[in-house]
Unconditional design. Structure first.
Length: 230
């Protein structure tokens, strides 16, 4: 059975090819997607995202080869997507790569979907098991940073800023989440504007914090195991 699936995948790839210029082979598509044979910055951005989440261990070179195909397939299987190796609109959205869709221009709804997914993953890794309000508060801190000139301007940029969040460092950002989980609702509420912290940019667990600098922050809010400050 596995043999026939491999043959079917190979035939799909072959029939998707178009011959152009000096016999070179390129993939063509009118849909916003990335496929084997594609090249460029969009592929490179996707490879980096897959590498960040532990699905891709190859070279981030902007070439959609078989190693990239395998990583996309593994990602799709892990998150219950249609596992065809094509990074279509839905796959890119769940990766938090809405900016790659429609020539780099994503509408507000598209951006919200990708931000919600990534924010929920971050909340899950940072505040799983915390009171619901504490989960919203963690999401609010991330969004407050997006709106602050001292931090990156996107949700993904803030979350993946080196050393910013333990969930990224220890891989918890990659843990699959149930769409009905409270962290998803917390992400939605934070994106909708609820900020229990009233503008805080930092949070920490006083029982485990090792940074001396974090204790210099002014505490404005406490919930569960976390303190929030500016």
């Amino acid at each position: 059975m596995r043999k026939y699936k491999i043959i079917a995948l190979f035939l799909l790839i072959v029939f998707s090819l178009t011959i152009v210029d000096e016999g070179k082979m390129y993939l063509t598509s009118s849909a916003p997607s990335l496929k084997i044979g594609d090249n460029g910055e969009k592929v490179k951005d996707m490879q980096q995202e897959l590498k960040n989440w532990g699905y891709f261990d190859g070279k981030v070179d902007g070439r959609f080869g078989y190693d990239t195909l395998r990583s996309v397939l593994n990602y799709q299987r892990q998150y219950g997507l249609k596992a065809n190796g094509i990074a279509d609109r839905t796959t890119l959205l769940t990766m938090g790569l809405a900016e790659l869709i429609e020539s780099g221009v994503a509408n507000a709804a598209t951006s919200n979907i990708s931000n919600e997914q990534l924010l929920a993953r971050a909340i899950n890794g940072e505040a799983r098991g915390e009171p619901f309000e504490g989960q919203v508060a963690v999401g609010a801190v991330i969004l407050n940073r997006v709106n602050n000139s001292k931090f990156p301007k996107t949700v993904a940029g803030v979350i993946y800023q080196p050393g910013a969040f333990t969930a990224v460092s220890d891989g918890q950002i990659n843990v699959p989440i149930n769409p009905k989980s409270t962290v998803v609702k917390a992400a939605r509420d934070a994106l909708a504007g609820w900020d229990p912290t009233d503008g805080c940019l930092y949070y920490w667990n006083p029982a485990t914090a090792t940074s001396k600098w974090i204790w210099s922050r002014k505490v404005k809010y406490k919930v569960g195991k976390h303190w929030f400050g500016i």
